[in-house]
Design a protein around this ligand. Structure first.
Ligand code: HEC
Ligand code: HEC
Ligand code: HEC
Ligand code: HEC
Ligand code: HEC
Ligand code: HEC
Ligand code: HEC
Ligand code: HEC
Ligand code: HEC
Ligand code: HEC
Length: 309
């Protein structure tokens, strides 16, 4: 009961604080020594009601209500707006806009004035996206009303620029990205990582083990290409072969194993399969008919060593 009272009491107080924080901007119209050139959010609201409202609902408004820069709401990003207002506003009129023709580094710098130390952005400056002059507001808008201020939901957000990945993830075998079971950001950090390809792990295998732990082993009999890199046989986004494979067995296997002896011509009955290219190896699951534990085996026998159980 007591708790409810406190909540009921605090709610109007926090509303008051919020409106106070937005309206102190108005008071700044007179201008103080430190605030010259700034007009405050209430003034912007007169002409930009829509942006005012999206901002007021956003995390930026909520957190800056507590910060020292509270008077500058809009102007923390758009810069001082007095001249823009004096001239009656307009495109290209004395205000910082995040349009495409503005240097992406400059746009990003506006965000980094506060986000320099945000944990998730530690690797931004060495990321491919930063190298390629992608700006924060290619993916985010502080006026977007989506989770994490994203301009578009995943994967559409990423597909807009990564058309090749869009087509890969429509292939017959694919990670369930379009189905919404996993996201691009389950595997990648668009803000950069230590690993290559902005993947969220030090190595490809460590990434795969996060969700496919049973492939980690340890196995009594390891298949060396598995331990080395899952991508020796798989492709991450999509494939026209089963199980995200880069090619089908037996060809997959024969890219490394001798095609001229057993591996290539497995256990044929010479009477049934003769001629220059004995083809029973192509039936069904080919090599996998027998070598079914291809990722490694713990069976303590020659059969384990050959991954047949
Ligand atoms: C945290 C930074 C930030 C804050 C705070 C912010 N904006 Fe923005 N604003 C942006 C960004 C980034 C864009 C560009 C969005 C995009 O790329 O779609 C933008 C776009 C705009 C635009 C241009 C829309 C168009 O049609 O081109 C207006 C107008 C605007 N903001 C007004 C405001 C007002 C008014 C406030 C305060 C109530 C405000 N902004 C607060 C970052 C901010
Ligand atoms: C007197 C009305 C008025 C006021 C007050 C005003 N603006 Fe504007 N602003 C405009 C008009 C008109 C445009 C052009 C919009 C358009 O063409 O859609 C504009 C455009 C903008 C743009 C886009 C600029 C560009 O080059 O694309 C931003 C950002 C912006 N205003 C931010 C602000 C901010 C922040 C404030 C408060 C500091 C503010 N405005 C106050 C009228 C105003
Ligand atoms: C005046 C300081 C300031 C500026 C400028 C600023 N931010 Fe923020 N931003 C914050 C704070 C504080 C938070 C809340 C704490 C956090 O997540 O770091 C935040 C949170 C966020 C979040 C997380 C939203 C969520 O739902 O968790 C995103 C995304 C974001 N900002 C993007 C941007 C972008 C993009 C820009 C530039 C257009 C920008 N910010 C400019 C201070 C700022
Ligand atoms: C290529 C697209 C892209 C770019 C560029 C980008 N972000 Fe993000 N950002 C995202 C996505 C997607 C998420 C949500 C991640 C998630 O849900 O795991 C996110 C999340 C965030 C968060 C919230 C982190 C958290 O987990 O709460 C902040 C803060 C943020 N971004 C700030 C920025 C800033 C600042 C920049 C520019 C330096 C930037 N982002 C550039 C796509 C991007
Ligand atoms: C299951 C994990 C996983 C998911 C989910 C995933 N990726 Fe990847 N992605 C990888 C791995 C691993 C690589 C490294 C490939 C290599 O080394 O050849 C990669 C490489 C990339 C590359 C660079 C190389 C290339 O093929 O062009 C891009 C771009 C990329 N991914 C974008 C995306 C996008 C966009 C999404 C969401 C639609 C996504 N990825 C989802 C694991 C994933
Ligand atoms: C505005 C365009 C744009 C958007 C949106 C975008 N990217 Fe990128 N991304 C690029 C460009 C350009 C490159 C560099 C060229 C390339 O590898 O295709 C890149 C590269 C990458 C790479 C390869 C990194 C490396 O180190 O080689 C990955 C992974 C990636 N993006 C993931 C994502 C994910 C995940 C999203 C969505 C959250 C996303 N991208 C959204 C433009 C974009
Ligand atoms: C974020 C979790 C996650 C990560 C990381 C991940 N996967 Fe998956 N993977 C899944 C899910 C979910 C499925 C679908 C499982 C299902 O349909 O039962 C799947 C399915 C697969 C399949 C079977 C595809 C099919 O057509 O049946 C293969 C092969 C696979 N993953 C390989 C990999 C490889 C290789 C990596 C590392 C590059 C990896 N996965 C990383 C979640 C993940
Ligand atoms: C030597 C080639 C090869 C390598 C390397 C490899 N795989 Fe596979 N993987 C296969 C084959 C072949 C299949 C299909 C098996 C079948 O159909 O029974 C498969 C199937 C899968 C499947 C789906 C069926 C299942 O067994 O769950 C997953 C998940 C998978 N692999 C994950 C991985 C991971 C994670 C790695 C890295 C640790 C990896 N693979 C490395 C050949 C390989
Ligand atoms: C990227 C190369 C590569 C691919 C692809 C590959 N292997 Fe291997 N495989 C190896 C290597 C290297 C060894 C270890 C050879 C050694 O110890 O002499 C090995 C070992 C084996 C062994 C055990 C050999 C022994 O004597 O212990 C079998 C069985 C085997 N592979 C079957 C397969 C099958 C079936 C496929 C296809 C699904 C396949 N391999 C795909 C590289 C590969
Ligand atoms: C009918 C079952 C069967 C099929 C099909 C089969 N194997 Fe085997 N393979 C075995 C058995 C059992 C062993 C272990 C006994 C032995 O060494 O003869 C073996 C051993 C191996 C070895 C290790 C010994 C060696 O001869 O180098 C490799 C490598 C191998 N197979 C690869 C393959 C490849 C590649 C294919 C597909 C082109 C394949 N196998 C198809 C049953 C099969």
């Amino acid at each position: 009961m007591k708790r409810k009272c406190i909540v009921l009491f605090l709610f109007p107080v926090s509303l008051l604080l919020l409106s106070y924080s937005l309206s102190t901007g108005g008071e700044d119209k007179q201008g103080t020594e430190t605030k010259i050139g700034y007009v405050g959010a209430e003034t912007c609201k007169d002409c930009h009601e829509k942006q005012y409202e999206t901002y007021a609902k956003s995390v930026h408004s909520k957190v800056s209500a507590k910060g020292p820069a509270l008077q500058d709401a809009c102007e923390t990003c758009h810069g001082p707006g007095a001249k823009h207002v004096e001239k009656g506003g307009g495109r290209g009129v004395n205000i910082f806009a995040f349009n495409k023709d503005v240097d992406p580094k400059e746009r990003t710098a506006k965000c980094l004035t506060c986000h320099e130390d945000t944990r998730q952005l530690t690797n931004w400056k060495m990321s491919k996206h930063s190298d390629e002059d992608i700006a924060c507001n290619d993916c985010h808008s502080p006026h977007a009303q989506r989770e994490k201020l994203l301009k578009e939901d995943q994967p559409e957000l990423c597909f807009e620029c990564h058309k090749d990945i869009r087509s890969q993830s429509s292939r017959q075998s694919h990670h369930p990205i379009k189905e919404g079971l996993i996201k691009c950001t389950s595997c990648h950090d668009p803000h950069g990582t230590f690993g290559e390809n902005q993947i969220k792990a030090d190595t490809v295998n460590e990434l795969c083990f996060k969700c496919h732990a049973e492939k980690r082993g340890p196995f009594m009999f390891e298949h060396p290409p598995v331990a080395e890199n899952c991508l020796n046989c798989h492709t991450p986004h999509g494939s026209n072969h089963d199980k995200l494979l880069i090619s089908n067995p037996p060809f997959l296997c024969q890219s490394c194993h001798d095609a001229s002896r057993h591996p290539g011509t497995p256990y044929t009955s010479a009477n049934l399969f003769t001629g220059s290219s004995p083809s029973n190896k192509l039936y069904g699951r080919a090599c996998l008919n027998c070598h079914s534990n291809i990722h490694g085996s713990n069976a303590s026998s020659a059969l384990g060593q050959a991954f047949t159980r």
